[in-house]
Write a protein that binds this ligand. Structure first.
Ligand code: AMP
Length: 192
């Protein structure tokens, strides 16, 4: 099965993706991680995108669409992908469907982690002490949340129409969220 995990910054997408990866034997495809690798390795693309990422805006659809193609086309990952942080725009969502279709795959479930801006601010500040992400400070977190609010609605509507969207309360504790997600995935697996 292929899963999309969706939600604002600080919703716990990365944490829950890692849980799903280990419990259900999937592979995590985090566009944020791929982009940060480009920046850390000072590649041409990395230099091009670092200021965009650090300002809390989205990089272009074209860039992320190209990045995920390698992953989707790789047989090792076939029907075993959890998309973390992708798609973020309607155009990316449509591109993902086309791409998966081309490789004879589809998305089975979209998990939306819902959290308030207050919680996002708190979590980003906590994360700032543990990881050193240049885009993790309160100001940029607010900007990233606003960017999410602007671009997420059409994506969610798109997935609502295909009946694969499940909303999870991201305000709960990590273990509770994992348990809820587990139940949702088990239910879908029963249908496949
Ligand atoms: P994340 O680690 O998912 O929070 O992503 C960090 C940053 O990378 C975002 O704030 C965006 O600037 C960029 N980014 C990650 N994924 C995408 C995407 N699917 N589309 C556009 N920009 C992205």
């Amino acid at each position: 099965m292929n899963i999309v995990i969706f939600g604002p910054p600080g919703a716990g997408k990365g944490t829950q993706s890692k849980f799903i990866v280990s419990k259900f034997n999937l592979y995590q495809l985090s566009t944020g991680d791929l982009l940060r690798n480009e920046i850390n390795n000072k590649t041409k693309l990395g230099l091009e995108i670092s200021s965009i990422i650090n300002s809390g805006e989205l990089v272009s659809d074209k860039i992320v669409n190209n990045l995920i193609e390698n992953f989707v086309s790789n047989k090792t990952y076939k029907n075993k992908i959890i998309f973390d942080g992708y798609p973020r725009t309607l155009s990316q969502a449509k591109n993902l469907d086309d791409l998966l279709n081309r490789y004879d795959q589809k998305i089975d479930i979209v998990l939306k982690l819902s959290v308030s801006l207050e919680t996002v601010k708190k979590r980003i500040l906590e994360r700032q002490n543990q990881e050193s992400r240049a885009d993790d400070n309160k100001e940029i977190a607010i900007k990233r949340y606003k960017t999410y609010e602007k671009s997420s609605e059409p994506v969610l509507d798109y997935y609502k129409q295909s009946n694969i969207l499940k909303v999870v309360n991201g305000e709960a504790g990590i273990t509770e969220i994992s348990a809820e997600i587990s139940g949702l995935i088990d239910a879908i697996k029963g249908w496949l």
